[in-house]
Design a protein around this ligand. Structure first.
Ligand code: AVJ
Length: 323
C-alpha cells in the first residue's frame, strides 16, 4: 500500500528562533509594547488553550461545534469537496465532524492540514489514518500568513479556517490574507470560515478572563516562552492579566500589565526591556465580526458570501464563501 500520510516541512531550520528574536526585538522596543499571539502555543500553552476551550465562559468552541454538527451534511452537499485543506488545523479534533460528513457524501479523497507545529500534525495523521482508511492525508508544516500553498487536486477544494483564528489578524492583515487565499483558489472551490461575533462586552470579557484564571496563565505563558527561547528573565507573576474590550476596533485585547517598574533581560535577543509600573504589553487581539463588515471584506478579497449560519444563541458564525 502506498503511503497515505505525508508530512512536508516548509519552514527552514532555525526559522522559529530567528522569528522569535525578531518579534521580541520589534515588539518590546515599540510603544506600546506588543507581541504576536502565535508565541502562546508551546506545549504548555497548547495544553492551556485546550483547557480554555472547555471553560464554561469560553463559548466559542462549543458554538462552532454546534453549527458544524447542524450544517456538516449541507456543507458536503454544497461544496462537493474532493479535497479539504485546513489552516491552523492543530490536532484536527474539531475537523472530524466535517471529515465524517464529506466521507459520508462520498466525495472526499484528500485531507491537507496545515499548521506551524509538526507534533499535532503527526498526531492527527496517525489517528486519522486509522479512522478514515480511504483518505489520503498530506500534512504541511507552514505559516499560512507567509506561505499559502494549498492543494489543487483533486478539485474542488474546500479550505477550512475555523476557531475564529481570523480574529487574530488586524484589518490590513485580514485583507492581505483574503487576497492571498483568493489567488490560491479556483472557480468551484470554497472557503469555510468560523468567526466570533460582536456581542455585549460582559460576555466577551468573561470569555477572556475566566474565573479559574486559566486564560491568565495562558496569557502569561508567552513570557515563559520568551524565557525558554531567548534566555530571558521575565518573572511572569509580576505581570497582571488584563482582558479589555476595545469598542473602536470591536476587538478583545489581552494585555500583560507590569505590577512594578522593572528591567527584563533577553540576552539571546541582545535586548533589555524596561517596563514602567502599570505599563502594558499587548499580547493578542481577537476581532469580533458583524455580518455586513465581514461580507464586505470578503468581497474586497474576491469572495462571495454564499451561506451564513449562527449557533442558536447567535454568538458565533460559520460561513461559506466562493471565489
Ligand atoms: C484561538 C485565537 C481564536 O482569540 O479566542 C483564547 C485564542 N485567547 N483565549 C481567541 C484565545 C484567549 C483564541 N483563538
Amino acid at each position: 500500500e502506498p503511503s497515505r500520510f505525508t508530512l512536508d516541512h516548509r519552514l527552514p531550520a532555525g526559522h522559529f528562533d530567528r522569528e522569535l528574536r525578531a518579534d521580541a526585538r520589534a515588539g518590546l522596543t515599540a510603544t506600546p509594547k506588543v507581541l504576536p499571539p502565535k508565541w502562546f502555543y508551546d506545549e504548555r500553552g497548547s495544553a492551556l488553550f485546550d483547557e480554555i476551550t472547555r471553560l464554561p465562559e469560553y463559548y466559542l468552541t462549543r458554538a462552532e461545534r454546534e453549527i458544524l454538527h447542524a450544517r456538516a451534511a449541507g456543507i458536503a452537499r454544497l461544496t462537493g469537496a474532493r479535497s479539504l485543506a485546513e489552516l491552523g488545523s492543530g490536532t484536527s479534533e474539531k475537523t472530524r465532524v466535517l471529515l465524517d460528513a464529506l466521507t459520508a457524501a462520498g466525495t472526499l479523497e484528500r485531507y491537507a492540514p496545515v499548521d506551524v507545529s509538526p507534533a499535532p500534525l503527526r498526531e492527527a495523521g496517525a489517528a486519522l489514518r486509522t479512522a478514515y482508511p480511504a483518505l489520503r492525508i498530506t500534512a504541511t508544516v507552514a505559516d499560512f500568513e507567509h506561505d499559502l500553498t494549498l492543494p489543487r487536486d483533486p478539485a474542488p477544494v474546500l479550505v477550512a479556517f475555523l476557531g475564529s483564528t481570523l480574529g487574530n489578524l488586524d484589518t490590513p492583515r485580514r485583507a492581505a490574507f483574503f487576497t492571498a487565499l483568493r489567488a490560491a483558489l479556483r472557480p468551484g472551490d470554497s472557503l469555510l470560515l468560523g468567526a466570533d461575533l460582536v456581542k455585549d462586552p460582559q460576555t466577551l470579557i468573561r470569555a477572556y478572563d475566566d474565573s479559574r484564571g486559566i486564560t491568565a496563565e495562558f496569557n502569561r505563558n508567552v513570557l515563559h516562552v520568551l524565557n525558554e527561547g531567548l534566555d530571558a528573565d521575565f518573572q511572569p507573576d509580576t505581570f497582571q492579566h488584563r482582558a479589555v474590550w476595545n469598542p473602536e476596533e470591536e476587538r478583545m485585547e489581552m494585555r500583560l500589565r507590569s505590577r512594578t517598574a522593572q528591567s527584563v533581560k533577553l540576552p539571546a535577543a541582545g535586548l533589555t526591556a524596561d517596563f514602567a509600573e502599570g505599563e502594558e504589553l499587548l499580547t493578542e487581539i481577537s476581532v469580533k465580526f458583524r455580518r455586513d463588515r465581514l461580507t464586505a471584506e470578503l468581497a474586497d478579497g474576491g469572495f462571495t458570501l454564499t451561506e451564513w449560519w449562527t449557533d442558536t444563541a447567535a454568538r458565533y458564525a460559520l460561513l461559506l464563501a466562493t471565489p
